[in-house]
Design a protein around this ligand. Structure first.
Ligand code: FEO
Ligand code: CA
Ligand code: CA
Length: 743
């Protein structure tokens, strides 16, 4: 993910569940547990559906937990080792120089691995050169490259503004940026590192995983790559109207994908890449009065403009890419003021072309495609429910900003297993037409999916924003979810589906005290507290993981049951905060990446944290979950100082069964300043691919000094590539005895 703007742009009046509790008589009885949906459970051979007994545990989590670490290295359990597959700046073709790690590249990075390795998916190449659903000796590793927060490392002396170098721009834009260098090279390196890299990988003669320079599968999709727009046929013309820019005055296509965070793996074998904090890249100068009121409202709800457009200050910032040229639209596109006579003459609509799920065929050069029916927001990741032949597919998605929502897309088409390997045509079949829902979590442990449709008078008649049509609902899905009363969550990050029982898990990474105080909790976001040793954060600084089971296990369900799988906490935080009973072997904070191994059924949890980093770097943990409802109803005793006064309040919620050290263990701790994100595996479960993003993130700008003082030297200090600057990288974890990871 990389650390977030997490600006509070959800000003809707959607209620917190404290209001619900105050209004309704909530039953104190525990929910009726067990039974429901279990008939639909299909056990994996190696994992009992409901967590199993201790025998299963001993078979599964066989490694010794690693302790907390603040070392500048990757720490793994005894018996495990790692190699590095590729890192920021590595070349995809031999016709350009190997990466210097000095910021001296003169190419535009369009043929290099991007920065900020994030979500990752693994696709086997079949004998016909196309997708194979079963293991072969060749694969494409498809990887997101998220943010430009470390773009100062791409240049010899940091970033340059108004002729002054040594700068470090925020991922989320700086106010009143001066002009970037007119030759455009700095800006192009920064623009092109975003997006997705696709590289061929395989084992060399010695059995070591490597990527192949010059493979015909190697490909970059970046923030300039042409994109196709799809939407339901009945609404396509109206959707295109939102996409009209000087680049394509028909609105049928757009350019580029940005801030690609988590990924998705479709049942037919393509990659989904998710556009998260795209709003931060645009420049909205003060007094952009040519932009109409509805677009203004949209820009503000999505965080592109952070102040009224008529304000006297700059209202949106960006990276200054728009300053490079007044005529070259590779640069002018980042200025979203209404400088032309109409939307077709400028880039006022450019922000409407970002915020989507984008499908990429990892084996073909088909045009990457934006799936508008899946909604526009700060897409974190996308995960499919278990496909059932003859039934629609469900895809679950989080909107990662403070107080945003969880969404579900349900395909109109029923799943046909013959579509496996169908590439983009299969994507057109399943992801063009469908229904979009937002989640409402009730205080009684149930939930509802609220369809975002103009057929709902709450949307069609929404007073805050006058929706014109269903296209407007897709493009402004956040506002539609406001209108129907979805539940504001503590920053929804990745989702994952338990292959053993089809239950859906979502990480809620954390929230600030501006949003969670003891008076502003609800059953699904029940904690409000201050960091127990007073070092870092208050609100819900350590986050939690929620899970839910669809009614009858159906993709089309409009109801579900939920509980909270785990609460992040420091192990010494006290029982009112450390609700999951974490210990030194498994304490964690700010869960972000989340993924189930198909080989072992292990639920892997990755952290991107700023609240526990005084004691430990970010980490990867293995968990063996049970199922929704295996725990109990509890009352959280919240206590926090708000505006100088201590506030206490009780909040009822539902928590899963405690896992203990037998079923939850820390597996990896990452180098300084990094987060752990993106995870996939070889089909045999013997190689785990894990991304280490932004080591050394807190390295300061050079400023007036002559050189960086690096927070991290990884992976150079681990023997990979030129030493010096830290680089994001993919590691391949194996067992020294060649066994299955974690089992
Ligand atoms: Fe890109 Fe929300 O992490
Ligand atoms: Ca993330
Ligand atoms: Ca602390």
């Amino acid at each position: 993910m990389a650390h977030h703007p997490t600006q509070d742009v959800n000003t809707s009046a959607n209620e917190h569940f404290s209001d619900v509790l105050a209004r309704a008589q909530i039953s104190r009885r525990s929910l009726i547990r067990g039974g429901i949906g279990l008939a639909a459970v299909s056990s994996l051979p190696m994992l009992a559906a409901c967590g199993g007994g201790d025998d299963d545990v001993e078979k599964k989590l066989s490694f010794t937990a690693v302790g907390k670490s603040i070392a500048d290295s990757v720490v793994l359990p005894a018996g495990y080792t790692f190699t590095i597959l590729h890192a920021t700046g590595d070349r995809l073709v031999s016709s350009i120089p190997a990466y210097s790690n000095l910021g001296t590249e003169t190419d535009d990075w369009s043929q290099r691995v991007g920065d900020h390795h994030d979500g990752v998916e693994f696709f086997y190449i079949g004998s016909n050169g196309r997708y194979s659903a079963t293991e072969t000796s060749r694969a494409v590793l498809a990887m997101n490259h998220e943010s430009s927060a470390d773009a100062h490392f791409f240049h010899a002396k940091g970033q340059t503004s108004n002729g002054v170098n040594g700068k470090k721009f925020s991922q989320f834009g700086d106010w009143d940026l001066g002009a970037r260098p007119a030759d455009g090279l700095e800006a192009l390196k920064e623009i092109n590192h975003h997006g997705v890299s696709l590289v061929e990988v395989g084992k060399n003669a010695a059995g070591k995983w490597e990527y192949k320079v010059d493979s015909t599968y190697n490909r970059r999709v970046n923030a300039q790559t042409p994109m196709r727009i799809t939407a339901p046929a009945a609404h396509l013309a109206a959707v295109k109207a939102f996409m009209v820019t000087a680049y394509d005055t028909t609105g049928a296509s757009s350019r580029g994908t940005l801030n690609n965070c988590g990924t998705g793996y479709t049942p037919w074998g393509t990659m989904l890449t998710c556009e998260e904090n795209w709003a931060a890249y645009f420049h909205m100068p003060k007094g952009s009065t040519g932009v109409d009121a509805k677009l203004t409202a949209s820009l503000q709800r999505y965080g592109v403009a952070r102040a009224p457009l008529a304000d006297t200050a700059t209202v949106g910032s960006g990276q200054g890419w728009h300053t490079v040229s007044t005529t070259d639209n590779r640069f002018t596109r980042w200025n979203n003021s209404a400088v032309g006579a109409s939307a077709a003459a400028d880039f006022r609509n450019e922000p409407n072309t970002f915020g989507y799920i984008v499908e990429i065929d990892p084996m073909a050069t088909t045009t990457p495609t934006k799936r508008v029916a899946m909604g526009r927001f700060a897409h974190e990741a996308a995960v499919f429910g278990k496909p059932v032949v003859g039934k629609p597919l469900a895809c679950y998605m989080g909107d990662d900003s403070r107080g945003e929502y969880i969404y579900k897309f349900v395909s109109a088409a029923n799943w046909d297993a013959n579509d496996v390997g169908g590439g983009m045509a299969a994507g057109d079949k399943y992801l063009t037409e469908g229904k979009l829902y937002a989640a409402k979590f009730n205080a009684d442990g149930t939930g509802q999916w609220l369809e975002l449709t103009m057929a709902d008078p709450k949307i069609a008649g929404y007073a805050t924003y006058a929706f014109a049509n269903q296209a407007d609902v897709f493009v402004n899905a956040r506002i539609a979810a406001d209108a129907v009363g979805a539940t504001k969550m503590d920053r929804p990050e990745w989702g994952a589906v338990n292959p053993a029982n089809g239950e859906i898990y979502m990480t809620l990474t954390n929230n600030s005290s501006a949003n969670r105080t003891p008076g502003k909790t609800d059953a699904a976001n029940p904690r409000a507290y201050a960091d127990n040793d007073g070092k870092k954060g208050s609100g819900n600084p350590n986050g939690h993981i929620i899970r839910f089971r669809e009614t009858d296990g159906a993709s089309t369900a409009t109801g579900f049951k939920w509980d909270i799988f785990l609460f992040g906490a420091e192990e010494d935080a006290g029982a009112s905060i450390n609700l999951s009973g974490l210990t030194a072997s498994n304490s964690f904070s700010s869960p972000d990446g989340l993924w189930f191994s198909k080989a072992t059924g292990i639920c892997w949890i990755q952290t991107d944290d700023g609240a526990y980093t005084d004691e430990t770097n970010c980490m990867l943990l293995a968990a063996l979950p049970g199922s929704v409802g295996d725990g109990s109803k509890i009352t959280v005793e919240n206590k926090m100082t708000v505006s100088g006064a201590e506030v206490t309040a009780k909040q009822d919620t539902f928590i899963g069964a405690a896992l203990g050290e037998a079923k939850l263990r820390r597996f990896l701790v990452a180098p300084k300043g990094s987060e752990v994100t993106g995870i996939t595996e070889s089909a045999d479960g013997k190689a785990l691919f894990v991304n280490i993003q932004h080591p050394g993130e807190e390295t300061a700008a050079i400023g007036t000094a002559s050189a960086f003082t690096f927070q991290s030297q990884w992976p150079g200090n681990a023997g990979y590539g030129p030493t010096g600057r830290p680089r994001s990288a993919t590691i391949v974890i194996t067992r020294t005895d060649g066994g299955v990871i974690g089992a």
